[in-house]
Design a binder for this molecule. Structure first.
Ligand SMILES: CC(C)(COP(=O)(O)OP(=O)(O)OC[C@H]1O[C@@H](n2cnc3c(N)ncnc32)[C@H](O)[C@@H]1OP(=O)(O)O)[C@@H](O)C(=O)NCCC(=O)NCCS
Length: 234
C-alpha cells in the first residue's frame, strides 16, 4: 500500500528554514529536535513545522523539495500552515479510533501519519486524513466534535487538506453531499479503488446514500508539476 510523502518546511531554533521530505511528519520533526535529523538541523535547537504538502510519490516530493529550496526566504515564509491544525501523532490514535467509532466513520487502515488534528488550546476537537489506496488518495474521516460544530471548523479542515492534497483531483466518499458541494466537490465516477470501497462498505451501518465526489485542488503558492501518468485518480 502506498503512503503519503510529505514535503515540509521547518523553522529551526536559530530562525533559519529547513526543507525536507518524510512519510511521517511527527516522527521526523521529533528527530530534528533531538539532533538526530538532517545534518543541517543538528545543533540549531528544536524545530517547528511551518508548512507541509503531500506528494503522491517520493520522486514528486523530491522535485517539490528542490523547487521550494530554490525559493527566496521571503517566498518560503509565505508558505505557512494555519494555526490550530497539526500533524497526527501516535498519542492521537485513541482519540481518533474513539471518534471514528462514535461517528460511524471509515475505520480502515488508520495510521497517525495520515491525519491532521484540529486543536483548541490543548484539546483535540477534530481531524481529517489523506487515505492512500494502491492507485489514488481519498480525503477521509473528516470529523469535528459535536460541541465545536457550526463554527467553520469542518470546512477549514477540509480546505486545509484540499490545498495540500497529493494529486490534483481530491476524492471523497460521503453521504454529506450538501456539506461538500460548497467546497468545490461534485459527484463523479471514482477510480477503481474507491468503486471497490463503495461496493464493500459494511462498517458504516448508520449511513446510507454514500457517493463518490471529486474536487480540483487549487494549489497555494507554487505551480504544480503534472503527476505521473502511472497514478490513476490524478
Ligand atoms: C461534517 C462536519 C465535519 C462539519 O463540521 P462543522 O465544523 O460543523 O462544519 P462547518 O461549521 O465548517 O460548516 C460549513 C458549512 O457546511 C454546512 N454544514 C455543516 N454540516 C453539514 C451537514 N451535515 N450537511 C450539510 N451542510 C452542512 C454548515 O451549515 C456551513 O454552511 P455555511 O458556511 O453556509 O454556514 C461535522 O458535522 C461532523 O464531524 N460530522 C460527523 C462526521 C461526518 O459525517 N463526517 C463527514 C464524513 S465524509
Amino acid at each position: 500500500m502506498r503512503r503519503v510523502t510529505w514535503v515540509y518546511i521547518a523553522r529551526c531554533g536559530d530562525g533559519t528554514l529547513y526543507t525536507g521530505v518524510t512519510t511521517d511528519l511527527h516522527r521526523r520533526l521529533a528527530q530534528h529536535s533531538a539532533g538526530r535529523g538532517a545534518r543541517y538541523t543538528r545543533g540549531r535547537g528544536g524545530v517547528r513545522l511551518r508548512y507541509c504538502e503531500a506528494a503522491a510519490t517520493r520522486g514528486q516530493a523530491l522535485r517539490r523539495e528542490a523547487a521550494i529550496k530554490r525559493l527566496p526566504r521571503a517566498r518560503k515564509l509565505r508558505l505557512a500552515n494555519p494555526p490550530g491544525i497539526r500533524p497526527g501523532r501516535p498519542a492521537d490514535l485513541p482519540f481518533i479510533h474513539r471518534t471514528i467509532a462514535a461517528l460511524d466513520l471509515d475505520p480502515e487502515r488508520v495510521a497517525h501519519e495520515q491525519f491532521f488534528v484540529a486543536v483548541e488550546g490543548r484539546a483535540r476537537i477534530g481531524f481529517v486524513r489523506i487515505k492512500p489506496y494502491a492507485r489514488c488518495f481519498e480525503l477521509g474521516s473528516l470529523a469535528v466534535l459535536p460541541r465545536w460544530r457550526g463554527r467553520g471548523r469542518g470546512a477549514r479542515l477540509a480546505r486545509f487538506v484540499i490545498a495540500r492534497f497529493p494529486t490534483r483531483r481530491v476524492w471523497i466518499t460521503t453521504d454529506l453531499v450538501g456539506f461538500f458541494v460548497p467546497l468545490g466537490f461534485r459527484e463523479a465516477v471514482p477510480p477503481a479503488d474507491l468503486r471497490r470501497k463503495l461496493a464493500g462498505i459494511t462498517h458504516q451501518v448508520h449511513r446510507t446514500g454514500i457517493v463518490a465526489m471529486v474536487a480540483s485542488k487549487a494549489h497555494p503558492g507554487l505551480p504544480h508539476r503534472r503527476p505521473s501518468p502511472k497514478i490513476m485518480g490524478t
